[in-house]
Structure formats: C-alpha cells, structure tokens
Write a protein that binds this ligand. Structure first.
Ligand code: SF4
Length: 385
C-alpha cells in the first residue's frame, strides 16, 4: 500500500540538476552527500517506519496526534495535516524518520542564533512537511510537499546524524529547514543520542508544539529560535493558517525550562509591520520573557505565494528596531540586510559593538568570558562550548 507513496525515480542528470537548484535556494551551506548514501529510490513499508510519539487511539482504527495544536484525528490509511504521519492498522507512524531531504553545514548565525557560540558551525537537518501553511515560506519546496514529492531523500539514522557531527567536529546539531514539530520523533531520537555524546542541540521552530511534547524535547535541547511571525490572530490565520496563542505559550515554556531563546520576526510590508502591533509584541516579550531575549527583525523578499509584495524597505526595519529598543529590549538586530550596522550586536551598557557581523559572518567578537570587553557588562547567551 505504501509503495506508491515513496518510489522516487529520477535520472542521475535530473537528480544533480535538482539538487543544485535546491541547495542554492536554501542559501549558503556545505552539502554532505559524500558522507552517506544518497538514495534515488526509497521504498518504505510498515516495518521500517518509526511509530509516532504523543498520540492516542480514539477508536479501534482511529488515532489522534497530540504533538501540535491541530490534534489531527485520522482513520486507517489517512495522512496528517503536516503530511508526515499516517494511520496504519490503528497505529500512527512517522513517514520521514531517518529520511531527511536536506542535510547541510551552516554558520550558526544563519539560524539565526546570535548569542550562542558565535562563529561556529551547525549541522542542520530538514525533511518534507510542515504543520503551517505560510504564504511567505522561504523553504516551501520542502515544507509544502509530501515526502514522495521530494527531489532528494537520504537514508540517515539518528546514530548516523550524530556520527557525522562528531567526524566533522561540529559542536551543534540543528533542525531548521522545515518545521521540527512535523518530524518530532526524528528530532527527539537524534537529540537524545547527541546529548549523550556531549553535543549541543538547537532547533528553529514555528512554536506550535503542545506543552507536553515540547517539554519532553527540551530535556535534550540547549537553545531554540522561534519565529514569532506576527502579533495578531488575524495574521496567523490569514497568512499561515495557524494560531498565535500556542506560539506565545511555547515562548513562555522555553523560558520556564531555562533554555536559551531567540525570536525572529519576518517583517512583511502591509501584513505584520503595523508599528502599534510591533510595540505590543515588544512589550509582551519584555514583560513575559525578559529584556535579554534577542529579537531579530528579518527582511522579507517576495517568495512562494507572496510574490505580489515588495521586499521590506530598510527604513521599516530600522523603525521596528527603534520601537523594540524604546520598549526596553536589550538585544535587537535586523537581518537579511548584509552590511547593515544593526546586523551587529551592541552592548546595552556602553553601546560598544560586541559582535561585529555581516549577514552570517562574524567579523569581530569583542567578548570575553561572556562579558563585553569594553565595559565588562555580562551579555546573556551561551558563549562557552
Ligand atoms: S504534528 Fe502533524 S500529525 Fe500531529 S497534530 Fe500536528 S499536523 Fe497533525
């Protein structure tokens, strides 16, 4: 029954062409295919699938997923909203476990994670699928397609993933190109092994996991970058087919669990750039999460289903930055604008440029032992490997 979903047949030439396009589209990074087998054809059957975590059986053949707010209820043979789970004989299975479609080495700044081991590399993973439907998705070719439509499917066990990081001497693994909520079991299994081996775990998420699976995963994570895509229910509903409330709950839990947290806001002209909403968002961050959570305003470029909107004007990003600083947030940057001064991090005490960066590159690190070298002010973050 499953075979028709998973046979990926493409010519070698076509495969290489698509791989090149794919890699260029997700940005600078080092592809790692030399490290493991690249499968042109992947066959799956029930015995090879990882049973899902956090689901319950409602009836003999009906299951309900409890990983995210959607709570998909599925009968025999049905696929989930995120496209990554299937009910087979009354059990729920992940279709993407050990089958990533993107594996790369990136600079940690690309996450973005600006207050975590600056200038180091991260080993990043992504699969097919997502539990949101963002019209502006930068990685829609992964996130908005099921696994059987992937141009590339690797076979890589959690142990293999950790081995690559160790062999390449990469200190941190990250789950980032699509939503980790939609490949929860794979993230969880990798993170658990990685922590046993002394590696670090970071994930970049839309913040929609339910509290119980989130807390379970955070046991094995060091840091999380969360997309706070907007600050109104309407924006989440109309632009991402999603909800704001679960994201706010996730942000609070990450802080309660004392994990390092950074927030990204993609600033889209006319959709989520209302100064009053930005002000409310920044005040909420300061009051609920603290003034030392880094906030990154990222420049939007026309993409996927939002090609009718122009790129964010730089002035609009600078204005958002000012609103956030006026609201009392200490660490505010703007991203996707290479060379801009506000892409760097400044000491909130003496205003010295403590990390001088451009785009994903650290040009100068003016910190020592987690403190500003100019005035000795302690800077919040994870600094020592
Ligand atoms: S993680 Fe996927 S299967 Fe589970 S509730 Fe969310 S969308 Fe549905």
């Amino acid at each position: 029954m499953l075979k028709r979903f998973f046979d990926v047949k493409i010519s070698r030439r076509d495969f290489l062409r698509k791989a090149a396009i794919f890699l260029m589209s997700i940005g600078a990074g080092v592809e790692l295919s030399a490290f493991f087998d690249r499968k042109k054809k992947v066959k799956l059957d029930k015995e090879t699938l990882r049973e899902a975590m956090f689901y319950k059986r409602l009836d003999k053949d009906v299951v309900q997923c409890e990983v995210c707010f959607r709570g998909c209820i599925r009968k025999e043979g049905q696929r989930s909203f995120c496209r990554n789970k299937i009910n087979i004989d009354g059990k729920f299975y992940s279709l993407v476990h050990s089958r990533p479609s993107a594996v790369q080495i990136d600079p940690i700044e690309k996450e973005p994670a600006y207050h975590m081991f600056p200038g180091t590399e991260i080993l990043c993973f992504g699969t097919a699928g997502c539990n949101f439907r963002c019209k502006f998705c930068q990685n829609w070719h992964l996130s908005q397609r099921p696994i059987e439509e992937m141009d590339i499917i690797y076979e890589l066990s959690p142990e293999d993933c950790v081995d690559i990081a160790i062999k390449k001497k990469i200190p941190t693994l990250s789950f980032t190109y699509n939503e980790p909520t939609s490949f929860y079991e794979y993230v969880y299994d990798i993170a658990k092994i990685a922590k046993e081996k002394g590696l670090h775990i970071l994930f970049h998420s839309n913040g929609s996991m339910n509290p119980e699976p989130l807390k379970e995963l955070l046991k094995y994570a060091d840091a999380v970058t969360i997309d706070l895509k907007g600050f109104t229910k309407e924006f989440y509903k109309n632009t991402s087919s999603a909800k704001l409330a679960p994201v706010l709950g996730t942000l609070k839990i990450i802080k309660e669990e004392k994990k390092w947290l950074e927030i990204v806001n993609l600033h889209i002209p006319g959709l989520n750039d209302n100064p009053l909403d930005i002000k409310r968002m920044c005040r909420w961050i300061k009051e609920e999460l603290g003034d030392d959570v880094p906030l990154h305003f990222s420049r939007f470029f026309p993409n996927y289903r939002l090609t009718n909107i122009t790129a964010t004007p730089i002035k609009s990003l600078e204005k958002a930055h000012q609103i956030a600083r006026d609201a009392g947030l200490k660490y505010v940057t703007i991203g996707n604008v290479p060379g801009h001064k506000l892409n760097s991090t400044f000491c909130p005490n003496c205003q010295g440029r403590i990390i001088h960066r451009t785009h994903f590159q650290v040009l100068k690190n003016n910190m020592k032992n987690g403190k500003c070298i100019f005035c000795g002010y302690p800077i919040a973050g994870l600094w020592e490997l």
